[in-house]
Design a protein around this ligand. Sequence first.
Ligand code: NAI
Length: 467
Amino acid sequence: MAKDYIVKDIGLAGYGRKELDIAETEMPGLMALREEYGSAKPLSGAKIAGSLHMTIQTAVLIETLVALGADVRWASCNIFSTQDHAAAAIAEGGTPVFAIKGETLPEYWDYCDRIFHFDGDGQGGANLILDDGGDATMYILLGARVEAGETDLIADPKSEEEEALFAQIRKRMEATPGFFAKQRDAIRGVSEETTTGVHRLYELMRDGRLPFPAINVNDSVTKSKFDNKYGCRESLVDGIRRATDTMMAGKVAVVCGYGDVGKGSAASLSGAGARVKVTEADPICALQAAMDGFEVVLLEDVIGSADIFITTTGNKDVIRIDHMREMKDMAIVGNIGHFDNEIQVAALKNHKWTNIKDQVDMIEMPSGNRIILLSEGRLLNLGNATGHPSFVMSASFTNQTLAQIELWTKGDDYKNEVYVLPKHLDEKVARLHLARVGAKLTELSSEQAAYIGVTPEGPFKPEHYRY
Ligand code: NAI
């Protein structure tokens, strides 16, 4: 049989496997699910099209889904986030994976297409999507609309991304007429990993365009209050260091946005000794930043004096070309939000670029000042480093796995809306991670539980509690 994977070097599989073995020791939630469900195989018959950073941690997720009975095909959700040895280990283990660190945009959308072809080339056949950022979901839904006659949707690409996406949709429509509608109708649900993808799902629901149920994994407390926050607290500075080897201590760093990712990012930089300033649009988050000890500023007021600028907003045009022109010589600019449009990278294209190494560029401004741009504005903790550590990803991916089981086994009970997992499962995810950090949980007596209005087994908080 022809090989059904695209990886950089299958020879890296041995190295990947060794790191996978280590990661498993740090991912107790996923390993517990293998133990709990490995013989019942609740995902038997599930064909999961996965689009999520193809890292070592994701490899442990993939092998968990397979251990629970699923057929899986995988691509990365960012051109720079693949760890080639992780992809190789997954390919060698027999799961089709299409991911190379540094793949081109046309390759990215080709690989996104390939995750749907369970029944052979161009045949579709996925029945679940596991998404991060919403690109795989969007590929199918946009393709189906174009196929149904809304060709103006792909007539006028506004970016290189859109150009590559629209070309891929055209290619698939020509090769397999009716593919997108057939594939859309076969999907029983999607579980979505991140803030930006969840935002897209709520928009689809609001517009009446969500054709299947969706589980918002991001807003499990054990995801966004851990991965987004504590994950970034470890991986942001890791990315800046691997890219630049710059001294953090004493530098002035600006963090744009003080949501979950911003909180972790500011903590990461201040933990490394940087003097951190924050920009915010939301008064609540701005006040939180101030009371956590960070000066809350306007970007314009610090643009010429800060050394490091990091966007964490999930918004667009946060650091603009006029900002970058005012930065001091050798300022470092990077983004840790999901998409690269937080920084106006396209506007830098006609400047002088000097590539320093993979995912690190020095760009000369008209004034002669240079900036160091990380991962071309794509999320730098995955582009310049290896993303979050295994332990925190275990919590995220335990939620993902529970979401996939829920959609596959009880999908019919859900409407075409966006749901979060129930609190007892959120608490279960946390519980599965306590022993690894030596945490001992206090048990409430039945009198104590009754006094605060809960049961000794939980849930311990009302739905509106914010943690
Ligand atoms: P969030 O909604 O909690 O926080 C974003 C914050 O940015 C909000 O408080 C908002 O008021 C603020 N903001 C928006 N526009 C702004 C502007 N122009 N200037 C200053 N502040 C502004 O979202 P969260 O969960 O922190 O996620 C942020 C982004 O990071 C999303 O794109 C998400 O998908 C991504 N993400 C990336 C991860 C990574 O490992 N790189 C991990 C988790 C999430």
